[in-house]
Design a protein around this ligand. Sequence first.
Ligand SMILES: Cc1cc2nc3c(=O)[nH]c(=O)nc-3n(C[C@H](O)[C@H](O)[C@H](O)COP(=O)(O)OP(=O)(O)OC[C@H]3O[C@@H](n4cnc5c(N)ncnc54)[C@H](O)[C@@H]3O)c2cc1C
Length: 273
Amino acid sequence: MTSSEPPPLVALRGRQRIAPFALVRVGDTAAAAEAALAGAVPMGGGVDLVDRMKFGERIERLMPLSGLALGGVEATEGGLRIGATTTYAALAESAEAARLAPAFARLVGGVANPRIRMKGTVGGSVMSQKPNFDVWPALMALGADLVFADGDGEARLPAAALAPDERRLLLAVEVPAGADARFAFDRSLRPIVSVFAGREAATGALRLAVGCAHQRPLLLRLAAGETDVAAAAAAALPPPKSDGLASSTYRRRMVGVLAARLARILPGPDAAS
Ligand SMILES: Cc1cc2nc3c(=O)[nH]c(=O)nc-3n(C[C@H](O)[C@H](O)[C@H](O)COP(=O)(O)OP(=O)(O)OC[C@H]3O[C@@H](n4cnc5c(N)ncnc54)[C@H](O)[C@@H]3O)c2cc1C
């Protein structure tokens, strides 16, 4: 390039930015779990992952999960088990979800647009750990568990305990029986803040999962009987981010406002059990 030539236009995002990668094909869940621990990157619908690759993120070994027996929604003794590769659309249309977790199914049925709901999976949404995605904070508020492949078996983890560097294969999520009746959410200010609330059955405490306001969604817990939920939620919140959409102060205030509204419509501690 001579000094008189204009600099080349470098697209920030595009197929041409996807670096070469090896495709890892596995025949069953056990092989997928092993490959994930060895560094293969699982792909559910690929909505988030392919987007990141188009922005230049290097993935050396890509492992599609399609074809594995990891989808499906079923009632269990403890509640509702949702397979990791269940798409939003399948979950929103599931009769079991409508029966056992109608509010959560409604949330998932309202995410994004039909194209994304046909591709995006529950597992991909959780494991991306993105601040603006709704499924993971909703699961935190519901007191749900994440079920990972672990050796020859499964390991359960409360949704809020997911580590940023988790490498195991997510098999399913489990929503406890009855939790959905004590669950409500408000996405009306998304992507400034989103708040998901759940009442603990045993204690009446309020679980508040906050999305969009930090690097990752996070969970607050307010004791049963808290009279000023707005003030208590705002005070308990670690400093929210400031960006072109909203200041940290505004986000903190709105988390309090939405939390108080949700607390009012949830069954009170007396009705918790
Ligand atoms: C236009 C648009 C609008 C959107 N609107 C919303 C919205 O309103 N609300 C919302 O919540 N989301 C929204 N999204 C985000 C979308 O829901 C997610 O991108 C999608 O659910 C990710 O799922 P996936 O299966 O495609 O994940 P993938 O892209 O396949 O994977 C995401 C990450 O999870 C990992 N992963 C996937 N499956 C597993 C597994 N089983 N075990 C371990 N790791 C795994 C991958 O390695 C990757 O790191 C929107 C996206 C778009 C493009």
